[in-house]
Structure formats: C-alpha cells, structure tokens
Design a protein around this ligand. Structure first.
Ligand SMILES: C[S@@+](CC[C@H](N)C(=O)[O-])C[C@H]1O[C@@H](n2cnc3c(N)ncnc32)[C@H](O)[C@@H]1O
Length: 253
C-alpha cells in the first residue's frame, strides 16, 4: 500500500472513514523518519497525563501502513471505557476482533483480563506489530489471525466472556461476515457480550438492521464522549457510539 491516503481511497464512498488520525491524547517519540513509525503513549487514571496517571500503554504505529497500524479514535474511547469499568474485565476471558494496534485489549490485559488479540489472518504485518506492542508493554497476550466470516480451527476453541471491537464497522461489505463471527462467539459462551465503538456514519441503519437479522439485541447504547476526560475528548472528532450487543434470547437460534 502506498501510504495512508492510498488506503483511504480503497474504502467504498458510502462508508468513507475519517483520515488516519495522529494518535489523539497522546505524545509521540522515537520517530523513525524512514518508516514513519512512532510510539504513542496512552495514559489512564488520575489526570491521564504524562505526569499524573495510573496506567500507561505504549503503541507502535506506522503511518505508511495498513489501517490496522494506527490507533483510531474508536479505540481510544473503548480503551477509556474499559479502564473506567475495569472491575468488570478483571479475571475475564476477552477477545478483541480487528484489534490492529490493540489499545482496548491491552488495557483489558493490564487490568487483569485474559486477552486474545486477533486481526485478519491475511495481514501478517498487523499481527507482527501486535506482537511487538505486547512485548514493549510486558504483556503476553495470545495473538491469532482471525478473519471475519472464516471458520478456522482456533475459532472453535474460544470461550470469551467479553468480545471487543473498535472501529470494525467501516466497510459495509464486511458487515455480514463480521456479524457471523460475532454471533458464533456470542453463542459459544454463556452471558457473553460484544462491546464495540463505531463511527456513526451512513451505515448506522444497516448495523441496526443486521443486529436484528442475526438474532441479536443492543443492551446498551451511549455517546462515546459521555465518559471521556475532557482533554482526551477534545482531540477526537466524529460521532462515536459505544454499543453493547448480546444474543436476543427471545428469538430461536
Ligand atoms: C479501522 S481499523 C481499527 C483498528 C483498531 N481496532 C483501532 O480502532 O485502532 C480496522 C481493523 O480491522 C481489521 N480487519 C479488516 N477487515 C478484517 C477482516 N475481514 N477480518 C479481520 N480483521 C479485519 C483491520 O486489519 C484493522 O486492524
């Protein structure tokens, strides 16, 4: 891929994502000009600043690579939600879909969840970056290639309590495959919940339609900015929703 601008143009016009963001609410260091690789620092707790925080997570980003190599705003919001709800995550089996730079999953792991990070099996560079990110944060999360709508052996062994997905609803041609994987995972473990943040673009009604079509229901819907510390929120743009989705047990399987 020829860089971020080129990858933006590969998305359908109806679901155009925002321009790749510089990591928001973060500072950057160790810039390698040749590869456009940066390490961004993400702070949680206290004042969530470099000088006052309870948790710091470092993320390796690459501005010339794929979508899975940036920290997207949805991921910053989902990570903050996990931090604030950390008692709910501690001790749970958590799997992140389309994790990319994996900030939500990393925060879940830091607060005591058993985390499996996944991304497209066909994107080895994204999976390799996830390994490096785990290593610099002293985490040993399991990392597996999991392509939505594909039924490879590891998928059948997963028993998550919580499924995470940040900005995974951006290409409407993938939505049915993504819902197929989500529904399969929700069925594989009792009381499992899918927690996702997504940009409320033109696909919103399609997502609502697919939730019903796949026998699911929305158990929580909130504005992603409602719980963000002001200085993190001020560097993020867009209409971002946080949604929790579960099986609709009033419908037959
Ligand atoms: C917009 S990025 C979001 C990355 C990260 N969750 C974040 O918010 O920073 C979408 C992610 O979904 C992954 N992805 C796209 N299509 C996929 C597919 N068919 N199966 C699995 N992952 C996919 C991409 O590799 C990328 O990491």
């Amino acid at each position: 891929m020829d860089g971020a601008a080129a990858s933006v143009s590969s998305f359908s016009n109806s679901m155009t994502p925002p321009l790749p963001p510089p990591a928001s609410g973060t500072s950057s260091s160790a810039v390698e000009q040749r590869t456009k690789t940066t390490v961004s620092h993400h702070y949680f707790g206290e004042e969530s600043t470099a000088n006052s925080h309870s948790l710091r997570v470092d993320v390796i980003e690459n501005m010339e690579e794929d979508y899975g190599m940036f920290v997207w705003p949805c991921s910053i919001i989902l990570a903050e939600y996990i931090w604030q709800q950390r008692s709910r995550f501690s001790g749970k089996n958590v799997i992140e879909l389309g994790a990319g730079t994996s900030l939500p999953g990393l925060v879940a792991a830091k607060v005591g969840a058993e985390v499996i990070l996944t991304d497209d099996l066909h994107k080895p560079e994204v999976l390799e970056n996830m390994r490096r990110i785990c290593s610099i944060n002293d985490l040993s999360c399991k990392i597996i290639g999991l392509t939505w709508g594909e039924w490879d052996a590891p998928l059948f062994e997963l028993r998550p309590h919580i499924i995470l997905g940040a900005d995974v609803f951006y290409d409407s041609t993938d939505f049915d495959n993504l819902f197929a994987t989500i529904t399969f995972l929700l069925q594989s473990s009792e009381e499992c919940v899918f927690i996702t943040t997504y940009h409320n673009r033109s696909g919103h009604h399609l997502i609502e339609f697919l939730i019903e079509k796949w026998g699911l229901k929305c158990s929580k819907l909130m504005d992603g900015f409602a719980f963000m510390p002001w200085h993190k929120a001020s560097s993020i743009q867009g209409n971002i929703q946080l949604v929790e989705i579960v099986l609709d047990d009033t419908k037959p399987l």
